[in-house]
Design a protein around this ligand. Structure first.
Ligand code: SF4
Length: 256
């Protein structure tokens, strides 16, 4: 049976399971060819806490774009010490970053969507693809109500652009209130930018705080339209997306 067939079969059963049950199933089935892609936002530290309670050698990787906030490095270190986990950092290819900055400067991503996607491709997508090579499955901390691009997210689904890879989204059905209740109840280390009105945290020059009542992802690439706020890290299952939203297949889905 192909791995994606396994994912399709498991989907119905796992959709009703808790996040912890989904993670336990995934670790049992795939470890060590399973890894969690973490950017250390609120959702991600919750998933790390749950993973570490199951097994401390659960694999965790992060994309160090070179443009992260200091607070992001601080929470990474706090998590590493608290749980005794290993964090696998993936950097962009040196030559690609050097060429980008030499030819277009340090803020080319503000000039056009194409330039922004070019930067995200160099600093995020290529390192992600390297991190995923050799894996059978990966875990995300995505939630359905984070963005218009994430409404059809399943707890387990084939990773549409990467045949043979399964994607697991254990807290797809959680609300933001559930995330923060878990952090408080379990005293989980979190990125202190969240206390300064940063609900969603990415690279420093592409993230700003949001005003009361603004969408939680309004502070990411704030100069772009909501449906353009994608960098290619996460792509919805095309069949499921198409079922629910006209034009959904045009999404090149969401950044973490
Ligand atoms: Fe570049 Fe901004 Fe994308 Fe980070 S979020 S990779 S700085 S465009």
């Amino acid at each position: 049976m192909e791995r994606n067939e396994v994912a399709e079969d498991a989907f119905k059963d796992l959709e009703a399971k808790s996040a912890q049950e989904v993670l336990a199933w995934a670790l049992e089935r795939y470890h060590p060819r399973l890894a969690f892609a973490s950017s250390f936002g609120a959702e991600d530290v919750v998933v790390i806490d749950m993973l570490a309670r199951i097994r401390t050698d659960a694999r965790i990787f992060t994309l160090d774009t070179g443009r992260l906030h200091e607070e992001t490095y601080e929470v990474m270190e706090a998590i590493r010490k608290r749980y005794g986990v290993t964090i696998e950092s993936y950097f962009p290819e040196r030559a690609a970053v050097e060429t980008l900055e030499r030819e277009k400067g340090l803020y080319s991503f503000r000039e056009s969507i194409a330039n922004r996607k070019e930067c995200c491709t160099i600093r995020k997508v290529e390192p992600l693809n390297r991190a995923l090579s050799g894996l059978d499955a990966w875990v995300s901390g995505l939630r359905r109500d984070q963005a218009v691009t994430r409404g059809t997210l399943a707890k387990i689904e084939p990773d549409a652009p990467r045949p043979g890879l399964t994607k697991i989204n254990p807290i797809a059905d959680w609300s933001v209130d559930q995330v923060w209740a878990y952090i408080k109840e379990n005293d989980v280390p979190y990125n202190k930018l969240h206390d300064r009105n940063f609900p969603s945290i990415g690279c420093s020059p592409c993230t700003r705080p949001v005003a009361a009542g603004e969408d939680i992802r309004a502070g990411r690439w704030w100069w772009e339209l909501p449906e353009q706020k994608e960098c290619g890290l996460h792509v919805n299952h095309p069949a499921r997306a198409a079922e629910s939203r006209p034009g959904a297949n045009d999404d090149k889905a969401a950044a973490s």
